[in-house]
Ligand binder design. Structure first.
Ligand code: NAD
Length: 428
């Protein structure tokens, strides 16, 4: 018998339904919040460099905008599905709500593999995406951002197309822009640093000295690299990271038991977060199979690659030494595996709290872009730390007060705020 395929949207709805029941959410509000308000599905024809035309599928899904303009990244991935985007748009709503920023949730994606596209083809894809959706997004209704395999360069092409269509400058249309072209200092670091700000607070509550801890990370892209950097800055010792190797079409774990130097590892990593195996071997790394990042004897695990990475298949391989899991990726833990983690009393900083630093800084970028006045990096990171710390404390306090797990506490806070907003607006 084959196992049922993972569906992120079913997971997101299942998580929502459980909390809706716990907080006695009325039927109409629950019905409204358990699915997206609006979805756009479209085709993007692109003239390829060889003269042929390839048609790509794109999506923009706005889950809820009761608390403010919808907000969420656009990802490029060959295995992208509408249901994944639906789930991610829903998680964005809870994420903005849990850190209490005045934004809703959305997500977008294009089924493509940018690693096989030239610069010009990628630019055409970005511009084509905006041409299909330009009437339904904008600084006051839906503000996109980068996500998996998209970056500042893509955002600027998208902004340029939007401004060409609308005939004026709208720097607040999109975030994650290059610094100097409407981007915010600190945005690049924000998600990864934010994870570690919440991890730092969790360790304080658990009376664990961060300088005596070790960690293993899944992923070595934007999020994971900056998380690793801040973790190292606070004195933690990273022992393993894993990443995807597109040539071999499989993942590897890079282990260094005397501690990884992030700056050196970054120097041998490409822009897609793939570490050069040969150079890593020269530097004394052990190259292991992609799945063993999870079974390292460390205090902290940080899944920061993709969704559905901790499952019933591998959850029991988590070492008894692990005390905290800080979820960097969106939806890295399957609900059944989550139950096992809870039973084992491993403290979880749930994804939409831990990785909310990115959207919080995107919100700061939007504010700066709309004012056309930009803050210094220290000011951005200080504001980020305040927001993340205060969100962590609210969730932690509720979890202690109600004797519930952190994920449930985060959901209760987030869903209650959005439910209040839809009710106050008179939608239900
Ligand atoms: P990225 O594309 O920069 O990096 C992804 C990394 O994961 C790469 O190192 C890749 O090699 C690795 N990877 C992919 N498949 C893997 C596998 N099977 N095993 C091990 N490693 C694998 O992406 P990112 O921006 O760092 O995002 C990572 C996660 O964080 C995603 O879930 C994303 O939705 C989430 N997220 C990103 C942001 C942001 O600001 N970029 C914000 C919030 C959440």
């Amino acid at each position: 018998m084959t196992e049922k395929a993972y569906n992120a949207y079913e997971v997101a709805q299942q998580q929502f339904d459980e909390i809706a029941e716990k907080i006695n959410l009325d039927k109409a509000t629950a019905e409204l919040l358990r699915q997206p308000l609006r979805e756009y599905h479209f085709s993007i024809p692109v003239k390829m460099d060889d003269g042929s035309v390839q048609v790509f599928r794109g999506f923009r899904i706005q889950h809820n905008d009761a608390r403010g303009p919808a907000k969420g990244g656009i990802r490029f991935h060959p295995l992208e599905t509408v249901d994944t985007i639906r789930a991610l748009s829903m998680w964005m709503t809870w994420k903005c709500s849990v850190v209490d920023i005045p934004l809703g949730g959305a997500k977008g994606g294009i089924i493509c593999d940018p690693r096989n596209l030239t610069e010009r083809e990628q630019e055409q894809l970005c511009r084509g995406f905006v041409r299909q959706i330009s009437k339904n997004v904008g600084p006051y209704n839906d503000v996109p951002a980068p996500d998996v395999m998209t970056n500042a360069k893509h955002m600027l092409w998208m902004l340029d197309e939007f401004e060409t269509i609308h005939g004026a400058r709208y720097p607040g249309f999109i975030t994650g822009k290059p610094v100097g072209m409407g981007g915010s200092l600190g945005r690049k670091e924000a998600t990864g640093f934010g994870i570690i700000y919440t991890l730092r607070e969790a360790l304080k509550e658990l009376n664990i000295d961060i300088t005596k801890t070790t960690a293993s990370l899944q992923g070595f892209g934007n999020v994971a690299q900056h998380a690793a950097m801040m973790y190292q800055e606070l004195g933690g010792k990273l022992l393993a990271v894993s990443c995807w190797d597109n040539n071999d079409k499989k993942a590897y774990t890079f282990q260094k038991l005397d501690g990884i130097d992030i700056n050196i590892l970054q120097n041998i990593t490409d822009s897609y977060g793939t570490i050069d195996k040969d150079k890593a071997i020269e530097l004394g790394y052990q190259i292991l199979s992609g799945d063993v990042w999870i079974e390292q004897d460390v205090d902290i695990l940080i899944p920061a690659a993709l969704e559905n990475q901790i499952t019933t298949e591998n959850v029991n391989r988590i070492s008894s030494q692990v005390k905290v899991i800080a979820e960097g990726a969106n939806g890295p833990t399957a609900p059944d595996a989550d139950k096992v983690i809870n039973e084992r009393n491993i403290f979880v900083v749930p994804d939409f709290l831990a990785n909310a630093g990115g959207v919080t800084c995107s919100y700061f970028e939007q504010v700066q872009s709309n004012m056309n006045y930009y803050w210094e990096k220290d000011e951005v990171l200080q504001k980020l730390d305040i927001k993340m710390t205060s969100a962590f404390k609210s969730v932690y306090d509720l979890s202690v007060q109600k004797k519930i797990h952190m994920r449930d506490a985060a959901y209760i806070i987030a869903i209650n705020r959005v439910a209040q907003a839809v009710k106050s607006r008179g939608w239900v």
